[in-house]
Write a protein that binds this ligand. Structure first.
Ligand code: ZN
Length: 860
């Protein structure tokens, strides 16, 4: 078959041979996706992969002036993440002008009401439509091609009117790597018993399904690129993200969302969202598409995906969730399998927000595409009909946000603090998110205005959260949180942020932040032969890894040391035989202090070390996040798969092994234990990817520790280590039920013993991210075992919660949050809380880094 690209417009090139179901395009006509790709898009078991989708959009853009492809940047695996801009020819030609109007409406400070009204009358509604961040939620990636085709070829007056009023920015996959992976996997197993089943690895190379939990922290390339397109180029007023959910509930969720509602979002966001969502439901009902629900399942409390976080930025963010198939393979749902069991839809029966239940039957990818298409058309219709209100609303919400603050009040983030890198990271992160951030050069401090269009977002991220206790019916039960309940960045990142007042004169010395406003390195006593660095900054761990790798000499002090009047507490990094201290100081932005005298205190040398981390066949998001984080800090990491855990001589290959937050059942058996009342049915993976590490893995890991290895377990993996290793500790919450203790992701006060190597450089008090039933009670050990409590919770439940929500806080009283053991030559570290939660808890990363380095220490 000739390259589709060359034969795009039929009549100029050879006619392609299509299946009988495909109507051929007339000469000069633009091909449909099916004609172009040579198979019926949306048919059972036929899926276009990202490369095919991209080639179709490229071809469309070559054939029509109503569409332009924008390259947003490379993905994690180097694919081209693109957006297709679709509007009238005239609008596409003037897109820079419309971007500028959108930018000024998003920040209308200084404009008169007349000037705003002029921009409203001239501007176009900028509407982002995204999908497929969760790669197996595949329907919309196929539908977008058809939608784009129909929009760029339409000749009817109504579509042309809509395209005149709206500029659509379509992103046919927020995760191109994953789209490719899942379609490849699907094709490979078509016609086998594994057809339509899941993959044994994450569908985002690092963060899997959590890629829509990254939209304020912006750690991943895909999130960064789309965020940049939104808040530095296009300034959308509306953003729809299309997802899929399970197979046995409603067919499509559309807004309005359900409770609880975010307290910091402008109510006009919700009113606009509800209006658009209601039109979607109306149009779907007109077309007799049953099973559409609103006001159920999905709340608007937590800043999750792109469209969710957008709501704090005065953007009307909408979510749709379609029932899933098994990728391209249809599913058949018998009526008895249909269920509600969720907030807002307890029973699967006709009710106010679900007036026409789907009766069951066969559900195909074509159905998903048709439902999503109707909803997408309704979005375009609503945004065209209400273009002026949407633009005016954006400006008025921005001005309301400005009034939340005061022009002389700022959040001040000084570079001169415990970890200047984290301070700078937080300030630049706010800027990247679209907030206004200023810098004061003489003070080396960032200033974030409280009176700014992004004030709601800034307040949310810099403040603390209190989960609203909304109830559906009278009684004690509140609506439970959907995801985490805390995202207080200063606490999570360990950054001090203060609110300050500055006079008009003082304000005139502030300038916009720029990319070089970062911590600067410095050297004291550059002529010395060895240098000392305090352990407080995370960047120290990166430096240590680099030096250890280059076989340079690096040690940690085992006692406090005074150098030229400056106190270096135990655990400071000592570098010997340093050739170019200035280069090191600059590279890492650290202060090196030359030590001219012989160091008379004991030190512990760090050896080169081999680090492994278990990577199960089920795909663990925490494994992915941790892998990403360790790579950022230049740890020499090797993944260990299930087969290797069972068969490899671990002691001969590794010095330190990390078990990420994976439950015991997954580690041992490769499958999660069903909760009470859930089906135990488990769909197998192909044999080479099934099972857990079993008894062989347990034996192997035990030998590894006996031979002097260091085992680091995070959160739920601690249950596995406690059960399998003979160590003097229990999980005091192991048997507690959800109604006795529930902490779905909150910041809990905890205290740290920073004299132990695992806690070097840590402050005495932290906000620990807790999201599971895990708290330790140690017992006195025998002679060859030591146990040291590294982190522990307060004595009184009243002191516990710092941000978020917790039920049963008293269960944490006097319990340990992290414990280190030595057993013969081996070492074990248990972290019961999330030291590394989605690469956000920068304030506790060092515990992980140090635990690994503890495994590389040799006393001398
Ligand atoms: Zn999803």
């Amino acid at each position: 078959m000739p390259s589709p690209r060359l034969s795009f417009v039929l009549g100029f090139t050879a006619v392609l041979s299509f299946g009988p179901c495909l109507l051929q395009a007339q000469p000069g006509q633009i091909q449909t996706p099916s004609q172009f790709l040579g198979f019926t898009v949306g048919a059972d078991r036929a899926l276009a992969d990202y490369g095919q989708i991209a080639s179709y959009f490229d071809a469309l853009a070559k054939s029509s002036k109503r569409i332009e492809v924008e390259h947003l940047g490379p993905t994690t695996q180097g694919r081209d993440l693109f957006a297709a801009v679709i509007s009238s020819e005239e609008n596409i030609k003037n897109k820079k002008m419309f971007q500028d109007i959108a930018r000024r409406l998003a920040d209308p400070r200084g404009l008169t009401p007349g000037e705003i009204e002029d921009l409203v009358s001239r501007g176009k509604a900028i509407v982002f439509v995204t999908c497929n961040s969760h790669s197996t939620e595949i329907g919309a990636t196929q539908m977008f091609m058809e939608w784009a085709h129909d929009l760029v070829t339409a000749r009817d007056a109504e579509t042309l009117r809509r395209l005149n009023d709206v500029i659509l920015v379509l992103i046919p996959s927020l995760n191109p790597d994953g789209q490719h992976m899942v379609v490849d996997w699907y094709r490979k197993y078509l016609g086998t018993k594994y057809e339509g089943g899941r993959m044994p690895w994450l569908y985002h190379p690092y963060v899997g399904h959590d890629n829509n939990r990254d939209w304020y922290m912006l750690t991943q390339k895909e999130t960064q690129a789309v965020n940049r397109a939104a808040y530095h180029t296009w300034y959308p007023q509306v953003w729809l993200d299309e997802h899929q959910m399970g197979s046995t509930g409603p067919r499509l969720f559309v807004p309005p969302h359900t409770n609880p509602v975010a307290l910091n979002v402008h109510p006009l966001v919700w009113r606009t969202v509800d209006n658009i969502g209601t039109l979607m439901a109306w149009r779907l009902e007109e077309q007799r598409k049953s099973g559409v629900v609103y006001g159920a399942m999905y709340d608007t409390y937590w800043p999750g995906g792109g469209e969710g976080t957008a709501c704090w930025k005065n953007v009307c963010g909408l979510l749709t969730e379609a029932a899933s198939t098994q990728m391209g393979t249809p599913v058949e749902i018998v009526p008895g399998e249909l269920r509600g069991d969720t907030k807002g839809l307890i029973e699967y029966t006709q009710q106010a927000n679900f007036p026409n239940p789907w009766p069951g039957g066969v559900w195909r990818v074509r159905d998903i595409m048709d439902y999503e298409r109707t909803a997408s058309d309704a979005l375009l219709e609503a945004c065209a009909d209400h273009r002026a209100e949407i633009l005016r609303g954006a400006a008025s919400m921005a001005l309301d946000a400005v009034k939340l603050g005061s022009p002389d009040v700022f959040y001040r983030i000084a570079l001169d603090q415990r970890d200047p890198h984290s301070a700078a990271h937080l300030a630049h992160l706010l800027r990247e998110n679209g907030a206004e951030v200023l810098f004061h050069e003489p003070e080396h401090a960032f200033y974030v205005p409280t009176a700014q269009p992004m004030a709601r977002f800034v307040n949310e991220m810099l403040g603390v959260q209190r989960y609203p206790e909304v109830k559906h019916v009278p009684g004690p039960d509140i609506v439970p949180p959907y995801d985490v309940t805390a995202w207080s960045l200063p606490l999570m990142m360990g950054v001090t942020v203060e609110k300050v007042t500055r006079s008009k004169d003082e304000r005139s010395t502030l300038r916009p932040v720029n990319g070089t406003d970062l911590p600067q390195g410095s050297v004291v006593n550059p002529d010395a032969g060895q240098f000392i660095i305090s352990h407080e900054r995370n960047a120290v761990s990166r430096l240590v890894n680099d030096v250890v790798k280059q076989e340079g000499s690096v040690s940690l002090t085992a006692a406090d040391l005074k150098v030229d009047g400056e106190e270096f507490v135990k655990g400071a990094v000592l570098l010997e035989k340093v050739k170019d201290p200035a280069a090191i100081a600059n590279t890492y932005g650290l202060q090196l202090v030359g030590v001219r005298e012989t160091v008379a205190i004991p030190v512990e040398k760090l050896q080169r070390f081999r680090l492994g981390m278990y990577k199960p066949w089920t795909g663990s998001m925490d494994e992915g996040w941790t892998r990403w984080l360790l790579e950022q800090y230049k740890f020499p990491l090797q993944s260990i798969n299930t087969k290797e855990m069972k068969e490899k001589k671990l002691g001969a290959s590794f010095d330190v092994i990390v078990l990420p937050d994976i439950s015991k059942d997954v580690i041992v058996d490769g499958k999660r234990k069903a909760e009470e009342g859930e089906s135990k049915y488990f769909v197998d993976l192909p044999p080479e990817y099934s099972g857990g590490i079993g008894k062989e893995g347990v034996k192997n890991l035990k030998e590894f520790v006996e031979q002097g290895g260091t085992l680091v377990a995070m959160a739920s993996a601690c249950d596995y280590v406690i059960d399998e290793f003979n160590i003097p500790v229990v999980n005091a919450l192991a048997r507690s039920r959800r109604d006795e203790f529930n902490c779905p992701g909150s910041l809990i006060r905890a205290y740290v013993d920073s004299t132990h190597p695992v806690a070097y450089g840590m402050p005495q008090e932290i906000a620990a991210f807790v999201n599971q039933r895990m708290a330790f009670r140690t017992v006195p050990p025998a002679a060859d075992v030591t146990r040291r409590v590294l982190v522990w919770y307060p004595d009184d439940e009243k002191d516990m919660l710092v941000s978020g929500w917790i039920a049963g806080a008293e269960k944490l009283e006097r319990r340990a949050a992290a414990v280190a053991f030595t057993q013969g030559k081996g070492k074990i570290v248990l972290f019961g809380f999330r030291i590394q939660q989605r690469a956000q808890t920068e304030s506790t990363f060092k515990l992980l880094f140090n635990a690994i380095h503890w495994g590389a220490m040799k006393s001398r």
